[in-house]
Design a protein around this ligand. Sequence first.
Ligand SMILES: Cc1cc2nc3c(=O)[nH]c(=O)nc-3n(C[C@H](O)[C@H](O)[C@H](O)COP(=O)(O)OP(=O)(O)OC[C@H]3O[C@@H](n4cnc5c(N)ncnc54)[C@H](O)[C@@H]3O)c2cc1C
Length: 383
Amino acid sequence: MDFGFTEQERLFAENVRRFARERLAPDYAKWDRGEPFPRERIRELADLGIAGLRVPEAYGGTESSYVMAGIASEELSRGDYNTSLFLQIGMIIADILAGHASESVKRAWLPAIASGDKVVAFGLTEPNAGSDAAAITTSAERDGDSYVVRGEKASITFAGMADACVVFARTGGAGARGIGALMVPLDLPGVSRQVYRSAGERLTQRGSLVFDGVRVPADHLIGGESGGFYQAMGAFDYNRAIIALACVGVAQQSLDETIEYAKQRHTFGRPIAKHEGVAFQIAEHLTMISAARLLAYQCLALRDRGEPHTKEAAMAKWLGPKAAAEAIHACIVLHGWIGYSQELPFEQRLRDVIGLEIGDGTPEIMKAIIARETFGREFAAYR
Ligand SMILES: Cc1cc2nc3c(=O)[nH]c(=O)nc-3n(C[C@H](O)[C@H](O)[C@H](O)COP(=O)(O)OP(=O)(O)OC[C@H]3O[C@@H](n4cnc5c(N)ncnc54)[C@H](O)[C@@H]3O)c2cc1C
């Protein structure tokens, strides 16, 4: 086994870490407190190659490896955890469009995603269907050379700022097989949006999208009328490791800052790092974060080699946010009173990390997948 990065990967990591330190970290709190994330900054992410990581070269992207995307996620999150959502959702959308969309949709959207000019959201969850995604009720009915979309999507990252959304909708019968996906530009008549007052991840303007008889050209159907659900599930797999690495990045940054603090802060005549009660906590969290990092990169390396990785992805998605939330919680307490204030970024980081403990599948659903992959589908409580 090879645990090292190539020279190209190492240089890319350094580049993204510098960007995160200089262009993201100084404004992290601002975007939590209501200032919109500037479009120009999305284009800067694109200039680093981040928006087009999974866009094919023919459409202006770099078509990089999944390990490379993991590196970007980890390093961006050291500066602003939420910016890794541009990478995550951009990748899922690019993979879905490149693999299954009509040529006209690919030409209209893929170059704009790669350049950072357009943001596309991923619309699966509904007010009454989250973990049980196959229970969605949003419909897309064929009418001449259009589909007419009706329904509501809930908890959609970038709902407030997206230019389009890949909307999963019922195009056929019941269950997963009756679900298709459509590219829906959000400036069409009949679309409305509402941004939530979120506990964290406020930069992403998470919210709901309502489709009230929205008429979409028929060539905006992605894949067949019954392919949508399976495209979504295929896309989910690797993104769980990308999420885990975002968690690893923000937790590692928090631990690095806490290590420095523990060397400077004195109690009882010595640096707090000399109290084993402090140093051992750091040792434990560093260990858990390292384990999460290895698991996530193992998953992405498997994906790059075209090998099965569903179980590893679910393991990484369960462990990453949990280990990060626990580490950041400890960093708050180890900073004492000032750790529990908005003077320092830890409380915001904790609120942010909890969002992706739920988003893209809860811990319970991850464990259900690990169990299903271990025992076999015949032992699963549900398919
Ligand atoms: C920050 C954030 C960003 C998101 N971004 C997007 C997005 O961009 N696009 C999108 O489509 N969705 C998005 N989501 C929605 C997300 O995917 C869902 O919230 C998630 O899948 C869980 O669904 P739910 O909230 O409806 O919870 P439910 O499915 O109602 O579950 C409620 C609780 O019951 C537990 N539970 C459910 N079923 C089982 C079971 N079989 N066994 C054990 N426990 C179970 C769950 O673990 C959870 O704790 C986002 C959510 C968050 C928080």
